[in-house]
Ligand binder design. Sequence first.
Ligand SMILES: [Zn+2]
Length: 156
Amino acid sequence: MRFLADGMLGKLARWLRMLGQDVVCNTQLDGNKLLELAKTECRVLLTRDFELYKRAITRCLDAFYIKEKKETKQLSEVAQRYKVRLEIDMDKINCPLCNTKLEGISKEQLKDRLEENTYKFYNKFWWCPKCSQIYWQGSHWKQINQTLSLSQKKSH
Ligand SMILES: [Zn+2]
């Protein structure tokens, strides 16, 4: 799916990108700009702003009003509505920072950029060709999966 998240949904945008979704989120855009972009780029508008949601609907745009404040609940609402699988597939992940498709990279190529222990204990790495951020399934990965499984539960 192609989404456009309003400036209040930065965290949700990062989660959806990790789940392989194409999400534009720019805190500089006001309501009019958001509606314009949703239309020209055919994106589903995700918003916490009910007035903006109503304006999008009256213009026949696909929009989803997010009531929840907690990111796990937000994620679970969007996942249910748009059938997004709450599982990370490293071959489809988008950079959470800049929304670019990640690419696999050999660890030898990253030798100068990784800490010794990371280099020693992990073998699979991905990087973002746009912002150069490096990713691997390190100790933080447990937390990521915990959040996703929380989002999978319908009542929490
Ligand atoms: Zn990036």
